[in-house]
Design a protein around this ligand. Sequence first.
Ligand code: PAN
Ligand code: ZN
Length: 190
Amino acid sequence: MTLSQTSPFLARLDVDGGSVDPSGSRTQRRASDLRGYFADAGALERAIESADPVIYEVSSAPVPEEAGEVPFSITTVLPGRVGAEFHMTRGHGHLTAEGEVYTGLSGVGILVLYDGSTVRTLDLLPNRTAYVPPGWAHRSVNVGDEPLRFLAVYSGAAGHDYERVARHGMGARVLADGSGHRVEEDPPAG
Ligand code: PAN
Ligand code: ZN
């Protein structure tokens, strides 16, 4: 058995601040980082021109993305919309057949899962853990008025494939519908 180079440690989850302490990295994605992801490209450009808001950020624990390790992070998706579409992460699949668990910390969200033909949605809520099986691309959407925060725990061997979702989407979009939301089919073009 190979011994990890990482020492055992205890992390504090700052739910209100959306950070893991100790923290390995903190990544922000602004509207300008998400060109091509939202259906309403004009609304996205207007958002970029006005304030280029942060759409989401990820605070990761100092765990290497290597086989055997188990990285974890808190994602915060800020509330808001681009046109009718709620703020969301880019979404990705894993490069290897590795699953993941998402545990809701605060706010109200929808986890969209897509295996290339079937779309599934799960509620992302505090004290609920959503299971992402191997082979399912995943994207988190904030459908509430407050920041959506969740803890993601995954395999260090997973790797992240953004290409496929960037090109073919997630099979569905989550749109505002009155004071609530609806999931609309978004089949891949071609
Ligand atoms: C999460 C995501 C995080 C940001 O930690 O990486 O929510 O979403 P994108 O990676 O799609 O931009 C996870 O699923 N890790 O595997
Ligand atoms: Zn993932």
